[in-house]
Ligand binder design. Structure first.
Ligand SMILES: Cc1ncc(C[n+]2csc(CCOP(=O)(O)OP(=O)(O)O)c2C)c(N)n1
Length: 652
């Protein structure tokens, strides 16, 4: 692939060099940066559309603000590739999202230019406000002690999708009521991953609409007299954009922000004067207001295949730069997501009470399939996982059968709602937990490690995991039929084993009952989830070494199949539990049960049980190729066999 010409970019070691450049050269630099980013992501895959949309904004921010002393926070961080290229990481960009390489998000340990790590959305205003408050406290303390203090700006860049989340509103509500120097840049591209939903998106579209903006231009002169002094004295551009004062106040102004916008985010001659003005106005003065600059951009800007794609190339595999065609890895089997989506559609056909909820991820969770057939029964609530859970609880309270489909990592946002609104009231909300386990290239922020632990902690919750596709089908049917309280089933990213011929509909499984897959005598391998197949592979290996292994599929982490577990404990000298989750999950539940029953104890005529719990390690797993990492941490047939052999032989 020919590399793009990057004459200006090649001269930059970092933002300090950028700030030496003439303003007139910045549009060309932005163009080089855009080409460079496209060439890189074509080789690595990753997030493309969001980064392309902020190329000019990235150049402008680093040009105007004194990064890294001034703090620049990117919400989610998936749009930070141009920022990474400009901040000394250009040479490592081709290691993006790979083991040992650059993260696909911002990360404090990666660069001083990343003052706050991200991955989950809508944290930037809260973190920025914390930093602005720290700056204010520090300035005050320095003043009192007679120390010199260099004023620091805090800038948070947040997308219109992320802005619609509750956390962003909580932060704005707080920021508008305190006296702090915070600059929020709203990057409004009228897209989330999917087209944005909700009133906020409609509101921003109205704000950005042309007629009001043009009216403002006509009134700009008259208006300037009514603007705060810093605006009327300095950049006329800013004054033109501060139109909320004319139109009677935007939502942001009602929340206590000084609103400026909307500005064309691809036009540096518009961006630069406004940002300079905001910078020079800001800081430490009494009566400081947080500022919100509303920037309008195009997701995928400057790359035709991205601009034209429905998802604006939010996330892509490797692709051909000329054609935009993505390299599709051949799929051996349908993914768990697809099996879930199809199974839910079948259940929804049978029962009109079944409804489904996604938090801004209709494609990722597969709910778009049900939405095609039953559009009124699928709800995209926006990036609002906590709300999604309580909304589902409301539906359940009225006799509907809600399936909440959320990735494990994002469900963490809804934990109090799960505890207080669902579990405590025993409401039958069904949780389809996708990406439960190690996720690969997205790394630690997206790992689905904790759901088994945090759900099995809750009295009355049913927590299940399918070993394969057929089992997932059974679990969707089981969840649809289960009305006695909350139920969750978790499945990892990617494709599973078939598990036999896929029926059109699954069967209703008995709650809290597992199954024995292979009978042996020395060691029992008790698996929760798709690791069952690694356990079966391990049993083969053990047999070759003369060790006889039983393999069982627990199906449920709560309630446990106590009969099955007691049997395994009594009839084997060693027991190993297996799960793709953190240390306090399924294995912990089994240990708790065995200890409570005295089944670990030695007794006359019986040795104590040798037991090990194989889980994800008690550390934040970094990005890497899924299969490789699983093998490295011992969750493979070979690793399990080695652990079992060592246990039986007394070496572990
Ligand atoms: C808490 C949480 N839920 C869901 C996601 C998945 N996610 C990543 S980016 C994104 C859309 C963000 O839209 P927006 O803020 O408008 O940024 P854009 O990609 O359009 O630049 C979503 C839903 C997430 N990162 N965090």
């Amino acid at each position: 692939m020919p590399q793009p010409e990057t004459v200006l970019l090649d001269k930059l070691a970092g933002p300090a060099d950028l700030r030496q450049m003439a303003e007139k050269d910045l549009p060309l630099l932005a163009e080089e940066l855009r080409r460079e980013m496209i060439a890189i992501v074509a080789e690595t895959g990753g997030h493309l559309g969001a980064g392309l949309g902020v190329v000019e904004l990235t150049v402008a921010l680093h040009y105007v603000f004194n990064t890294p002393y001034d703090r620049l926070i990117w919400d989610v961080g998936h749009q930070s590739y141009p920022h990474k290229i400009l901040t000394g990481r250009r040479g490592q960009m081709r290691s993006l999202r790979q083991a040992g390489g650059l993260s696909g998000f911002t990360k404090r340990s990666e660069s001083v230019y990343d003052p706050f790590g991200a991955g989950h959305s809508s944290t930037s205003i809260s973190a920025g406000l914390g930093m602005a408050m720290a700056e204010k406290l520090q300035a005050g303390q320095d003043r009192e002690e007679g120390r010199a203090h260099e004023r620091r700006n805090i800038v948070a860049v947040i997308g219109d999708g992320a802005m619609s989340s509750g956390m962003a509103f909580e932060a704005m509500n707080n920021a508008g009521a305190v006296d702090a120097n915070l600059i929020v840049i709203l990057n409004d591209n009228d897209m989330s991953i999917a087209p944005p939903t909700g009133a906020m998106s409609a509101y921003l579209a109205r704000l950005a609409s042309a007629p009001a903006y043009l009216a403002l231009r006509r009134h700009a002169r008259a208006l300037s007299r009514r603007l705060p002094k810093f605006v009327s004295d300095t950049a006329r551009k800013t004054e033109e954009y501060a139109r909320g004062l004319l139109t009677g106040g935007t939502l942001f102004e009602e929340l206590g922000f000084y609103y400026i916008g909307p500005i064309d985010g691809h036009n540096l001659s518009h961006l630069l004067p406004v940002l300079k003005n905001v910078r020079d106005h800001s800081a430490g003065k009494a009566g400081q207001m947080p500022v919100l600059v509303h920037v309008v951009t195009k997701k995928g800007k400057g790359y035709a295949p991205a601009e034209e794609a429905r998802d604006k190339y939010h996330g892509v595999g490797r692709f051909n730069v000329t054609t935009g065609e993505q390299v599709k890895l051949p799929a051996n089997a349908p993914s768990f997501t697809r099996i879930f989506a199809d199974s839910l559609v079948e259940e929804a056909r049978q029962d009109e009470k079944i409804v489904a909820i996604t938090a801004a991820m209709p494609g990722g969770t597969g709910l778009d399939r049900m939405a095609e057939l039953f559009p009124r029964r699928v709800f995209d609530v926006g990036i609002a996982e906590g709300h999604a859970v309580t909304f589902a609880a409301g539906l359940a309270a009225e006799g509907f059968k809600p399936f909440v489909a959320i990735y494990s990592t994002f469900l963490q946002r809804g934990y109090d709602q799960i505890v207080h609104d669902v579990a405590l009231q025993g409401l039958p909300v069904r949780f389809a937990i996708d990406r439960a386990g190690f996720v690969g290239a997205d790394g630690a922020t997206h790992a689905g490690s904790f759901d088994t632990g945090f759900l099995t902690a809750l009295p009355g919750f049913v927590v299940a995991a399918p070993a394969d596709n057929v089992e997932l089908k059974h679990m969707v049917r089981t969840a649809a039929a289960y009305d006695d309280g909350p139920i969750a089933f978790r499945y990892p990213r990617g494709e599973g084993e078939a598990g036999g011929e896929l029926p059109l509909r699954g069967e209703i499984l008995p709650i809290g009952k597992g199954r024995i897959m292979r009978e042996g005598s020395q060691v029992a391998l008790l698996s929760f989830g798709p690791l069952l197949y690694e356990a079966l592979g391990a049993a083969e290996r053990l047999a070759a070494e003369g060790i006889s292994a039983t393999v069982a599929d627990a199906r449920f982490a709560k309630p446990l199949d106590e009969e099955l577990i007691a049997l395994l404990a009594r009839e084997h000298e060693a027991l190993i539990t297996l799960e793709e989750g953190a240390v306090n999950g399924f294995g912990a539940q089994v240990l708790q049960f065995l200890s409570a029953q005295g089944l670990l104890d030695a007794a006359p005529g019986r040795k104590g049980l040798k037991i090990r719990t194989l889980t994800l390690p008690d550390s934040y797993l970094q990005q890497g190729e899924q299969k490789q990492v699983m093998a490295q941490i011992g969750l493979s047939a070979a690793g399990i066999a080695a652990a079992a052999a060592a246990l039986v032989r007394g070496a572990a």
